[in-house]
Design a protein around this ligand. Structure first.
Ligand code: PEP
Ligand code: MN
Length: 345
């Protein structure tokens, strides 16, 4: 921690800060410059009470040296996290997310029924998808809109996993459901609207399944990383970060997909980064270009909405790919992945 003193700060003020910092168990190093005194506080930064320092007489500003996301950040953990997903069925291949292979998660916005999940799952597997996505608990803007099939939806996903063999990712919205969703899901999704639901973050931090955190509608990347920190500080190291678009003044797209989030998050964090161009743009025809751009930018995974008949989808039809378009996109994604020295998993 660095404390910059105001011009003309007095020796007694410097002394008072030194005593405060020593009380926190830190070493103090005072440099007398031409114009100002700068105090370096050396030791465990988490013991510093920044507001208390800022309020001390004579202090101009206080600057942390280390990033506040200790577990999610690269400072203390330079090696990249690779999240292993065990095979869905005996004899199937497991997955690794965050390594050289780019992982594609695909499926409907909402789990709408058993047949849909089983037949779409089989199609997606054949087209090369690695995980099936589908919401059983849906965070809808209107309380009158379809809220999801709940446990019934989870059962269809589990059946797909054992019959077809695609592992599943599905959302949890309530702390009371975490244990149950963790039993069914291979990856638990925390949606954009719950990115700062700290009790939910702590609850998924205590379960033993990987967690995909979606960036909040108006959240900074630092806030996303601090949310990952919540999950990790409860003991769960397997967190995926997902860019899914943020709210801006632009109205021709549903959200503004911030692809610069990919290299920024990969610089700041060792966690795998996933991009959701479906919610990120809101229009199916924008999904393929942005999915390709995301892979080119270094994304470790994609999450894409695919529906057997988007015009009849219960939720998010306009941004859903048809199965045929998904299959075509997978061919292009392999080419883009190879162009940047990777491949589809
Ligand atoms: C979803 O992926 O099903 C979803 C609701 O996305 P988001 O939380 O990003 O809006
Ligand atoms: Mn959706």
């Amino acid at each position: 921690m660095i404390v910059v003193m105001q011009k003309g700060a007095e020796a007694a003020q410097v002394q008072a800060i030194s005593e405060l910092a020593e009380g926190w168990g830190l070493k103090v190093h005072v440099s007398q410059g031409e114009e100002r005194i700068i105090i370096g506080l050396i030791g465990d930064e988490t013991r510093v009470r920044e507001p208390a320092l800022e309020m001390m007489p004579g202090v101009e500003k206080v600057m942390p040296v280390l990033k506040p996301y200790k577990r999610a950040g690269t400072e203390f953990h330079p090696e990249r996290t690779v999240i292993k997903i065990p095979p869905a069925r005996h004899g199937d291949r497991g997955l690794a997310i965050g390594g050289p292979g780019v992982v594609v998660m695909a499926g409907p916005c909402s789990v709408e029924g058993r047949d849909m999940i089983l037949s779409l799952g089989a199609f997606l597997k054949g087209a090369g998808a690695h995980l099936l996505r589908g919401g059983a608990f849906k965070p809808r803007t209107s309380p009158y809109a379809f809220q999801g099939l709940g446990v019934e939806g989870l059962r269809y996903l589990a059946e797909e996993r054992s019959v077809v063999g695609l592992p599943v990712i599905t959302e949890v919205m309530d702390t009371r459901d975490v244990e149950m969703v963790a039993e069914f899901a291979d990856i638990i999704q925390v949606g954009a609207r719950n990115m700062q639901n700290f009790n939910l973050l702590k609850a998924v931090g205590r379960c033993n399944k990987p967690v995909m955190l979606k960036r909040g509608l108006a959240s900074s990347l630092e806030e996303l990383l601090m949310s990952a920190e919540y999950v990790m500080s409860e003991g769960n190291p397997d967190v995926l970060l997902c860019e899914r678009g943020i709210r801006t003044f632009e109205r021709l797209t549903r959200n503004t997909l911030d692809l610069s989030a990919v290299p920024v998050l990969k610089r700041e964090s060792h966690l795998p980064v996933v991009v959701d161009p479906s919610h990120g743009t809101g229009h199916w025809d924008l999904v393929a270009p942005m999915a390709k751009a995301a892979v080119a930018a270094g994304a470790d995974g994609l999450i894409l909405e695919v529906h057997p008949d988007p015009s009849r989808a219960i939720s998010d039809g306009p941004q859903s790919l048809t199965p045929k378009r998904f299959k075509e996109l997978m061919v292009d994604l392999e080419l883009v992945a190879r162009a940047v020295g990777r491949n589809l998993y």
